[in-house]
Each structure stands twice: as structure tokens, then as C-alpha cells.
Design a protein around this ligand. Structure first.
Ligand code: AMP
Ligand code: GLY
Length: 425
């Protein structure tokens, strides 16, 4: 379910393991159309999805985006006896309500920024007026990755509070807000497949949320990602399991809303190598999926199917390669991307490079065109990080469309770390 770069990648990975399966994607995109049969159904149209699942005899549904999960797609299909990879609406609140997620973390003793939730403007302004700087103001509901405002000053934070609670700039998503302390450190994305009790981790990756090079400019849905990330040592991941993921699963079981599917922990790793939760998401990351799934060499379908049925996830085989994804976006992204320009992708791509479609469309004339803000995701897989980075960047340069924008510096923190280590030797 879904129609972006994450879903093209899911189709690619599922097709690679199941060359003969009947694979459908709803609504899909021109990329998924080459691997699956696209069904013209939006991911949040629960009735039509349930009908299509019946009609086509679907035995496993994998849900990409958060919105249909928050609306109860998994509950609906499960009630009809179907295996679904994705949490119930109650469990998806870990993403769809930041106030809920904070409350779960507090109950379970999971390390996260100190915070308070508000739905009253005056109370929020009073709290912000006494809060140390910098601080963060967030819309509690789903806001497509754009609902968090990192504020250098109390004054900026007061403006953000007034916009959300006073002017309803995020609509109902900002009806409740969360005000929290700023966390310093390096951000990583930990993705875990779970049946509600046990976990299988995917390779850890780092997203690039800011629009501009050097991590400046506004937050976006993500401008690129890479894996592996050197800060994600086995010792750190062991702590993440023990201090974050397992307590979250236990708390959700205790509340009788077990979490089944993909649990995404967005973590800040501080100077003492301790993990702090920035956010939970109830689905695979986008563009993290585009770097991570190509490295799963074995067992993805089986693992998803087992977790969907409530059985302990099986072990994944991993290739051990490095992977870098550069997002090609359209001028004006994230606010008002231009659409309609024809796209030219080189007929021959270098070995290890895969171009995933995100915001594209193919009209009756057969021409591939820009149809959204994030247009294409250029993933390069190689034995070394440097090679993957070079291939992704070079292919990003070789693809052409009017208004193409992208970051040339995906992976810069890792590259800088490697330079440092190199010079110490
Ligand atoms: P969220 O919507 O919670 O994922 O936040 C979006 C982005 O804002 C995160 O990926 C971080 O880069 C940044 N952010 C959110 N909360 C904090 C925080 N407490 N401290 C520092 N950065 C944050
Ligand atoms: N790339 C961030 C997210 O999927 O939420």
C-alpha cells in the first residue's frame, strides 16, 4: 500500500525474493508498475482496499505510509482474517499522537527529551516563557514530517505555539502540541520488525531532513540517507534494544494494544553515546527504506509475513554492503514543488545503482513526468561507503528534468568521521 519511493523499494525487494508471486501495489507509481500490478486505490480508502484484497485473494498486505494505519487499515484487514504487516490504529498512535508517545515513554522509562503536552494557548505560552533555550515545539498529530519546529529562542517558540494553537497552522494535527527540550547529538533511524514481543533490526541508517547542504534550511520529508552509520555500534544497538525498543513493546502489550509491524525509533545519540528518542514512527522510513532494503539479501518476505501473523520475526540475511540514496526533488519543494516537467533517466545505469520512483507519473503519451516534491530516489549499493556515495551522486547528476534540486552532500557526517579516523592513523 502506498505510492512513493518507499513503496517502490518494497515492491523491488519483494519481487526480488518472489519472482513468480502476484504482486499488487495501490496506488503505486510508474516505478512499481514495472514490478507489480498497480491498483488505482488510494491507501486510505479502506472499503475499496478490503474489496480488492478479497477480489485478488491477497495473502499478505504490507502498508507503507502512516495515514492508513492511523485510520485503521490493519484493524480492518485483520478483522477479515488477512495477514497485514503494520500496527493497529491504537498501536499506531505511537506516531499519530506525539502526546501519546511521550506518555508511553514516560510510563516505560524510555529516555527522551523532557516535555509537556498542551491544548490551551495561554498555558503553553506560560510554559514556553520559562523554558530554557533552545527548545522544540511540535504538532502532536500527523504532519508529514514538517510538524516539529526547532526554536533557538523562547520568542520563536512562542510564535510557533501561537501559529499551532492560535491560528491552527497544522489544522487538527496541531490541536494538541508538545513542547520539549532540545537534544544535542547525532540522529539515527533504527527500524525494527516485530510481532509485538521480539525484534529483528534492519541496518541502521541516517536521514537528511533539512533541505539544504550542510543540514541547513527547513525540515523536509528527507533529502537522502545512507547506511552503515559508524555511531551505531553493536554496543549502542544493544542499549537501544534494552532501553528503548523492548520497553516500548512491553508497555504496548501491557496496555493491551500490542505493537505489530515496523517500529521506527528516531534517536539522538549524545556525546556520551547514550540514545534518546526523538520520535517513534509506525512504519518504514522514507527515504531510509531506499538505502536499507537493498542490503537485505535473504528472508525479508518471510520476516514480514511472520510478524504480520504475530509470530516471532525470522532472521534477515544482510549483504554487508554500504548504500547511499540521493533524493531528486523539484524546485519549490517542500512548500510548492513545480510539477509537469519531462524526466530523462540514462538508459544504462552503473552496476549497483537503482532509481526508485517517488513523485512521478506517466501520461497517455508515455512520457515520464514530475508529479510531486520528491521525484526520484537514486540508490547506490557498493562494497564501500565512498563508492556508494560517489555512484549515487554521479547518477543524480546524470538524470535530467527542469527544476531538479538535490543535495550533493548526502553522507557528509560519515565522510567527515572517516577523514578524521584516517588522519589519526
Ligand atoms: P519529528 O517530527 O519529531 O520527527 O522531528 C523532526 C526533526 O526535528 C527531527 O528529525 C529532529 O531533527 C528535529 N527534532 C525534533 N525534536 C527534537 C529535539 N527534541 N531536539 C533536537 N532536534 C529535534
Ligand atoms: N525519513 C523520516 C521518516 O520517514 O519519518
Amino acid at each position: 500500500m502506498g505510492g512513493g519511493g518507499r513503496e517502490h523499494t518494497l515492491c523491488w525487494a519483494l519481487r526480488r525474493e518472489n519472482p513468480d508471486a502476484d504482486l499488487y501495489c495501490a496506488p503505486g507509481n510508474p516505478g512499481t508498475a514495472e514490478l507489480a500490478r498497480n491498483l488505482p486505490i488510494q491507501a486510505d480508502d479502506l472499503d475499496r482496499i478490503a474489496d480488492a484484497a478479497d477480489m485478488h485473494g491477497i495473502d499478505l498486505t504490507v502498508v507503507g505510509p502512516e495515514a492508513p494505519l492511523a485510520r485503521g487499515l490493519a484493524d480492518r484487514l485483520r478483522a477479515e482474517g488477512r495477514a497485514v504487516f503494520g500496527p493497529s490504529a491504537a498501536a499506531a498512535q505511537l506516531e499519530s499522537s506525539k502526546a501519546f508517545a511521550k506518555e508511553v515513554m514516560a510510563s516505560a522509562g524510555i529516555p527522551t527529551a523532557a516535555s509537556r503536552a498542551f491544548d490551551d494557548l495561554d498555558a503553553a505560552l506560560a510554559y514556553v516563557g520559562r523554558h530554557p533555550e533552545p527548545l522544540v515545539v511540535k504538532a502532536s498529530g500527523l504532519a508529514g514530517g514538517k510538524g516539529a519546529v526547532v526554536c533557538a529562542t523562547r520568542r520563536e517558540a512562542a510564535d510557533a505555539v501561537r501559529a499551532m494553537l492560535g491560528e491552527r497552522s497544522f489544522g487538527v494535527a496541531g490541536q494538541t502540541i508538545v513542547v520539549e527540550s532540545f537534544l544535542q547529538g547525532e540522529e539515527i533511524s533504527v527500524l525494527a520488525i516485530t510481532d509485538g514481543r521480539e525484534l529483528e533490526l534492519l541496518p541502521v541508517s541516517q536521514d537528511h531532513k533539512r533541505l539544504l547542504e550542510g543540514d541547513r534550511g527547513p525540515n523536509t520529508g528527507g533529502m537522502g540517507a545512507y547506511t552503515p552509520v559508524a555511531v551505531a555500534t553493536p554496543a549502542l544497538l544493544d542499549r537501544v534494544r534494552r532501553e528503548v525498543l523492548l520497553p516500548a513493546l512491553e508497555e504496548m502489550r501491557h496496555r493491551e494494544t500490542p505493537y505489530r509491524g515496523l517500529l521506527y525509533a528516531g534517536l539522538m545519540i549524545d556525546a556520551d553515546d547514550a540514545p534518546w528518542v526523538v520520535e517513534f514512527n509506525c512504519r518504514l522510513g522514507d527515504p531510509e527504506t531506499q538505502v536499507v532494503l537493498p542490503l537485505v539479501s535473504r528472508g525479508l518476505t518471510d520476516c514480514l509475513r511472520r510478524a504480520a501473523r504475530g509470530d516471532a520475526p525470522s532472521r534477515l540475511g544482510l549483504s554487508g554492503d554500504a548504500s547511499v540514496t540521493t533524493v531528486l526533488a523539484s524546485r519549490g519543494y517542500p512548500d510548492a514543488p513545480e510539477t509537469g516537467a519531462p524526466i530523462a533517466i540514462p538508459a544504462r545505469l552503473p552496476d549497483g545503482v537503482i532509481v526508485f520512483h517517488a513523485g512521478t507519473s506517466r501520461g497517455a503519451d508515455g512520457v515520464l513526468r514530475v508529479a510531486g516534491g520528491r521525484v526520484l530516489n537514486v540508490t547506490a549499493v557498493a562494497p564501500t561507503f565512498e563508492e556508494a556515495r560517489r555512484l549515487s551522486r554521479e547518477t543524480a547528476a546524470a538524470i535530467e528534468f527542469e527544476g531538479k534540486i538535490y543535495r550533493h552532500d548526502i553522507g557528509w557526517r560519515e565522510a567527515a568521521r572517516r577523514m578524521e579516523v584516517g588522519s589519526e592513523r
